[in-house]
Design a binder for this molecule. Sequence first.
Ligand SMILES: C[S@@+](CC[C@H](N)C(=O)[O-])C[C@H]1O[C@@H](n2cnc3c(N)ncnc32)[C@H](O)[C@@H]1O
Length: 196
Amino acid sequence: MTTHLTSALTEYCERWLRPAPAAVLDVGCGAGESTERLRESGYSVVGVDPAAPAGAGFVRSTLEEFGVEDAFDAALAVRSLHHVGDLGAAVASLRAALRESGVLVVAEFVFEALGDATEEWASERGLAAPIDPGHVVWRFEEVDAALLAAFEPLAREPTGYLALEAARPELEAEELEAIASGRLPATGIRAAYRSL
Ligand SMILES: C[S@@+](CC[C@H](N)C(=O)[O-])C[C@H]1O[C@@H](n2cnc3c(N)ncnc32)[C@H](O)[C@@H]1O
């Protein structure tokens, strides 16, 4: 099981997605674990990812080239939007895939929150650096700004990233407590949007 797909994340998604059996697009679905989990909750889900599994209900494509319009009640993007090549094209494709007032739930990495404090916190606990600084990804503020051209914000919640990214779930509570007390920046965020 992928460590970051926690029950707290599943609950957050299901709180904001339309009720099952809504049609949901799982953007950057990877191996399809979140896709399968939503199906088990009664959603009708299509997973899109250049590395999607073969088979029904999965599309091997970038989000930018997905090209299906007006088909989904909601979308989910877990740790995927910071990887896309053309952010503007990806957001336009995501907006086109959703019906009017479609809901989008995003769980993201806040690249811009990385710094001395996160490096120190991670190294004190023997965690590998969460990302190679030379690896270019979109900052969350860039992802958010691009989304706000086509979506209105419904909710957002800072959260952790370091412990789960390092597959050290036993450190998650400590990371969340450090974030809550202001000793550590939040390197994760959950957010919900509605299409304009
Ligand atoms: C960190 S993984 C997250 C996978 C899965 N959502 C999860 O949480 O386990 C990022 C995924 O984004 C996918 N991805 C990268 N660029 C993409 C794009 N342009 N469109 C759709 N997915 C993309 C990658 O193939 C990868 O599976």
